[in-house]
Ligand binder design. Structure first.
Ligand code: NAD
Length: 512
């Protein structure tokens, strides 16, 4: 599958083929490293959404009753195809999102983990069985698919975030409608074509492109049983409330402001490397990025100096450009759009105006790439205080803020006062302190000397507080539960050798 060229139209994927439908408009898709428009994506009308949802609805019944053996074979084929062709997908991600190739490959690897987990789903779909629960009565339970499920994803992981959900949804016997971000929509179509190649029946995996119109159609359609959403907190809250009101099961993952707490006994080189990796990887456009570093006295000066030294070595550039002749590959790509770059840059202005100390200034970046690229270099602030908007807002860019505190208690109080509770990390060599931190923080995912503690696929991913609306996290056993519902069957077969007398009995069984 070729990369988008200048004129490519990105359209919906329904019943195993492309569909333009009757779009309400088209959104431009750009290569963030060059600033060039590389394609345009169809924005679905209500009629288009209805058409795509109906296709999923038609396919759901047969897929839900396809044998587990066959479903597992398709999952394995998808896994093999994706594994062998991940370079192609990584190139598509880099061309529309801007993250460097190695980072795009990492994103795909984390998605592959979920596919591999879903290959073993049969084990988790097993129910229980109780023989002779009452005299002559057996009981068994089972988990069955929901039908059609909607997945709405953000721009920052165009492959991995959809893969937190759809491998499990499909393995469990559901049909999927994926609504990707309109900023980098091509990965979804590439994945759809790959499912077809893997032998998935047409209509089981569909892609509906668009904006609020497409999202609202999914949230309100009576044919859609469940919604998995990932994006910013205001939209997550809207999605949760709207879809719940329409009787759907919802998991809506929102924004974050992740704190990394460095205790005085920590290994400062490890902490500095980790802060740089987690603060500036993917240009800070990760929901598990570290955006606040909390330095507990007296290590602040030393730690900031080590982070600053490392930050200044980072090369910002076009992640799709091959390094030649001993050149270093870019560490960090551009931001996703010009508007987002300008927004992040304005946060740097406001942090400076509010009195934070700009230790490394990303506004001065010299990037290796197109002049029109959406560049912003890694930025390090020191002496940030909790009243500044660079502290209170989710910036979602390469901006790391250092807050200095005197004690462990002050550090934990900061983490817990935050409206978000996605991820946090503690850096220390004291096992007792780490254990206490784990118990003290009101956050869903915690790292101990690990700055980006994204759980492996057989655990579940999800934050607390305003980072998650709904009560089910993504993937792992919680994911399997989300995409299935339980039935309990109570059975009595009359033993011909021992036929009970029967008769009318209006009372509740006495079990005696
Ligand atoms: P976004 O909220 O702007 O968009 C997410 C999705 O919602 C997109 O598909 C978009 O088309 C749709 N959407 C946007 N506005 C809408 C509206 N008014 N009504 C209905 N649908 C709408 O998010 P984004 O900018 O694409 O992604 C970045 C955000 O996602 C950050 O806040 C980040 O923290 C968050 N995120 C969270 C996690 C997590 O696991 N908690 C993971 C990745 C990203």
């Amino acid at each position: 599958m070729p990369l988008p060229d200048d004129t490519v139209d990105i359209v919906h994927w329904v019943d195993g083929a492309g569909l333009t439908g009757s779009p309400t408009g088209w959104a431009e898709v750009t290569n963030p490293a060059t600033g060039q428009v590389t394609g345009r994506v169809a924005l679905a009308s209500e009629a288009d959404a209805t058409h795509v949802i109906a296709s999923a609805s038609r396919a759901a019944g047969a897929w839900g009753t396809t044998s587990l053996a066959r479903r597992t074979q398709v999952l394995f084929s998808f896994r093999e195809l994706l594994f062998s062709r991940k370079d192609e997908l990584a190139a598509i991600i880099t061309a529309e999102h801007g993250k460097v190739h190695s980072d795009a490959m990492g994103e795909i690897s984390r998605g592959l983990e979920v596919v591999e987990f879903a290959c073993g789903i049969s084990h988790l779909l097993k129910g229980g069985h109780s023989e002779e629960a009452s005299t002559g009565v057996d009981v068994h339970s089972k988990r069955v698919p929901l039908g059609v499920v909607g997945i709405i994803s953000p721009f920052n992981f165009p492959a991995m975030v959809p893969m937190w959900f759809f491998p499990i949804a499909i393995a469990a016997g559901n049909a999927v409608v994926l609504k990707p971000s309109e900023k980098d929509p091509s990965a979804a179509n590439w994945l759809a074509a790959l499912w077809q190649e893997a032998g998935l029946p047409d209509g089981v995996f569909n892609v509906l492109h668009g904006d609020k119109t497409a999202v609202d159609a999914l949230l309100t359609s009576p044919e859609v049983q469940a919604i998995s959403f990932v994006g910013s907190t205001p939209i997550a809250e809207y999605v949760y409330e709207t879809a719940s009101r329409h009787g759907k099961r919802v998991q809506a993952l929102g924004g974050a402001k992740n704190h990394m707490v460095v205790l005085p006994d920590a290994d400062l080189d490890l902490a500095a490397d980790s802060a740089v990796n987690a603060g500036y990887g993917s240009a800070g456009e990760r929901c598990m990025a570290i955006s606040v570093l909390v330095a507990v006295d007296p290590i602040g000066d030393e730690l900031v100096a080590r982070i600053a030294d490392r930050t200044r070595t980072l090369l910002v550039g076009d992640g799709g450009r091959e390094a030649t002749g001993g050149e270093k590959e870019a560490d960090m790509g551009p931001l996703v759009t010009k508007a987002h770059r300008d927004r992040v840059s304005s946060f740097i202005d406001s942090g400076e105006a509010a009195g934070a100390k700009v230790v490394v200034d990303g506004r001065d970046v010299t990037a290796r790439g197109g002049e029109e690229g959406f560049w912003l270099g890694p930025t390090l602030f020191d002496d940030v205080t909790p009243d500044m908007d660079i502290y209170t807002e989710e910036i979602f860019g390469p901006v790391l803020s250092v807050v200095r505190v005197k004690t462990y208690e002050e550090a934990v109080a900061l983490v817990n006062a935050n409206q978000y509770g996605n991820g946090t990390a503690v850096f220390t060599n004291d096992g007792g302190a780490a254990r206490r931190f784990e118990a003290d923080v009101t956050v869903g995912m915690i790292g101990v000397n690990v700055p980006v503690p994204v759980p492996v696929a057989y655990y579940s991913f999800g934050g607390w507080k305003r980072s998650l609306f709904g009560d089910t996290h993504a993937h792992g056993t919680e994911g399997v539960h989300f995409f299935t519902r339980g039935k309990v069957v109570t059975t009595r077969w009359i033993d011909p050798a021992n036929r009970p007398e029967g008769g009318l009995e209006l009372g509740f069984p006495r079990n005696d």
